[in-house]
Design a protein around this ligand. Structure first.
Ligand SMILES: *[C@@H]1O[C@H](CO)[C@@H](O)[C@H](O)[C@H]1NC(C)=O
Ligand SMILES: *[C@@H]1O[C@H](CO)[C@@H](O)[C@H](O)[C@H]1NC(C)=O
Ligand SMILES: *[C@@H]1O[C@H](CO)[C@@H](O)[C@H](O)[C@H]1NC(C)=O
Ligand SMILES: [Cu+2]
Length: 171
């Protein structure tokens, strides 16, 4: 009788835990979509205007924000005359080597008028990384931050900052 009651109780507690955790787990990982249009843009710095290669006309490029465990689908469309590829600097590509980005190493570059969807999942990493073009001189203007937040409910390993500001050094 005591054993049965104990088993029943355990079952109840276990189902309660499962029920309580399910919605959160459903929230845990999502797929995030980004579109990178590689295009020329006139950019002014220190009173000089130059036509440079950008992502979506932005310089520095757009910020990617994801949570640990999320899947990223980044569609890169090449509108310029050069071949291009984008490297997700510091991301561990676990069984997704073809999404790493170095041209002629893990992929053929994306040719003019073509596109490629980088598809990878962030596993066991958090913090601020960056992405950049990984071919020829295009890397000098094509770059931006890649921010990986901890999973929901997981704190930073330090006191929560008052504010976060990505700082990116370029030339
Ligand atoms: C940049 O400026 C030049 C000169 O004004 C113009 O001919 C060109 O179309 C502009 N390019 C873009 C992408 O806006
Ligand atoms: C673009 O890539 C293709 C395929 O790798 C190559 O044949 C071609 O020469 C490249 N074009 C330029 C301008 O580098
Ligand atoms: C992304 O990759 C996963 C497996 O790694 C695959 O199941 C999924 O279909 C891919 N999605 C797209 C849009 O390519
Ligand atoms: Cu890199």
């Amino acid at each position: 009788m005591g054993v049965l009651l104990f088993s029943l109780l355990r079952l109840l507690v276990l189902s309660f835990i499962t029920l309580a955790l399910t919605p959160q787990q459903a929230l845990a990982s999502i797929t995030r979509h980004y579109k990178f249009d590689i295009q020329l843009q006139n950019v002014t710095r220190l009173c000089h205007t130059k036509s440079i290669v950008t992502v979506n006309g932005q310089f520095p490029g757009p910020q990617i924000v994801a949570r640990e465990g999320d899947q990223l689908l980044i569609k890169v469309v090449n509108h310029i005359q050069n071949n291009i590829s984008i490297h997700w600097h510091g991301i561990r590509q676990l069984r997704t080597g073809w999404a790493d980005g170095p041209a002629y190493i893990t992929q053929c570059p994306i040719q003019t008028g073509n596109s490629y969807v980088y598809n990878f999942t962030i596993v066991g990493q958090r913090g601020t990384l960056w992405w950049h073009a990984h071919i020829s001189w295009l890397r000098s203007t094509i770059y931006g931050p890649l921010i990986i937040l901890p999973k929901h409910g997981v704190p930073y390993p330090f006191t929560k900052p008052y504010k976060e500001v990505p700082i990116i050094f370029g030339k």
